[in-house]
Design a protein around this ligand. Structure first.
Ligand SMILES: CSC[C@H]1O[C@H](OP(=O)(O)O)[C@H](O)[C@@H]1O
Ligand SMILES: Nc1ncnc2[nH]cnc12
Length: 291
């Protein structure tokens, strides 16, 4: 492999532990100031020879709890390879009837219901105080660019998988699933989807000035349907494998074009680059009590 930078990263969630429909070239395991990533990163070749970096969020054997995913190391390791854009995948519960298990969603909003136990900033533990802009937690341009491409890939696959956009994801702490009362509350709050991994990954991608989009893949109806049982891990597993196969198909179909879109330096898609420039609080001049 040449030293050419890998500009596209893919993060796989539950069920998606490899992109084995691409050609694996080698594995790298960059040590970062925040430790090692969740798993060694596989550098894969697309049919054109272009390279993408794949990282399994919970480790290849799914050994990492949602609350302890080393997200700072993951984002930092991908950035160290030259990654500019991350396409992340996640298994999610659906809080809306129309988003049936098996559906794919490109969310555009997040509600944070994590409990403060996850390091959520690269600046934590330092004396640098920085406030990233996070009103639009996913990269608007990347998400809108993806809409038609993901839809086309799903249509081509021919299994009738539906794609939804403009949805809000609740990120809860876990590892237990929600109570019925919580699930109903999340619907009232405006949540459409629920998972345990949307954050802090998206926040850290923003601090790292990376373009970041999430493909959420619905596995269950969580716990809000009055006449139905509540979500179990066994129910999630039923849909996980098929969703992962479809995710691999989507990735293989669109990644060549994603690569092209982000290849041009200063290109239109790199809207996060430079976004942290004015986010750091200026040091106030030390007052001298002696005059
Ligand atoms: C296996 S169900 C709960 C688990 O699945 C999701 O993981 P990921 O987002 O990495 O696909 C969810 O966030 C929970 O971590
Ligand atoms: N119902 C649910 N709640 C939280 N995370 C999930 N991941 C998949 N389904 C989920």
């Amino acid at each position: 492999m040449s030293d050419e930078k890998v500009i596209i990263g893919v993060i796989g969630g539950s069920g998606l532990y490899n992109l084995d429909n691409l050609t694996p070239l080698k594995q790298v395991n960059p040590e970062t100031p925040w430790g090692l990533p969740s798993s060694p990163i596989t550098i894969c070749a697309l049919p054109s020879g272009k390279k993408v970096a794949f990282l399994a969020r919970h480790g290849i054997g799914h050994t990492i709890h949602p609350s302890t995913v080393p997200s700072r190391a993951n984002i930092s390791a991908l950035k160290s390879l030259g990654v500019r854009a991350i396409l992340a995948f996640s298994a999610v519960g659906s809080l809306r009837e129309e988003i049936s298990p098996g559906s794919f969603v490109l969310p555009n909003q997040i509600i944070d219901r994590t409990k403060g136990v996850r390091p959520a900033s690269f600046f934590e533990g330092t004396s640098i105080v920085a406030h990233a802009s996070f009103g639009d937690p996913y990269s608007n341009k990347f998400v809108s660019w993806l809409e038609s491409r993901v839809k086309k890939a799903l249509d081509e696959e021919g299994r009738g998988v539906k794609l939804f956009t403009d949805k809000c994801i609740i990120c809860m702490e876990g590892p237990q699933f929600s109570t019925r009362a919580e699930s109903l509350m999340y619907r009232q709050l405006g949540g459409d989807l629920i998972n345990m991994s949307a954050l802090p990954e998206a926040k850290l991608a923003r601090e790292a000035e990376l373009s970041y989009a999430l493909v959420a893949t619905a596995t269950d109806y969580d716990a809000w349907r009055p006449e139905e049982g509540t979500v179990t891990a066994a129910e999630v597993f039923k849909t996980l494998t098929q969703n992962a196969n479809t995710s691999r198909h989507v990735a293989a179909t669109i990644l060549e074009e994603v690569h092209e879109a982000f290849a041009a330096d200063g290109g239109d898609m790199l809207e996060e680059v430079g976004s942290m420039k004015l986010s750091i609080m200026p040091r106030s001049v030390q007052q001298n009590p002696g005059g």
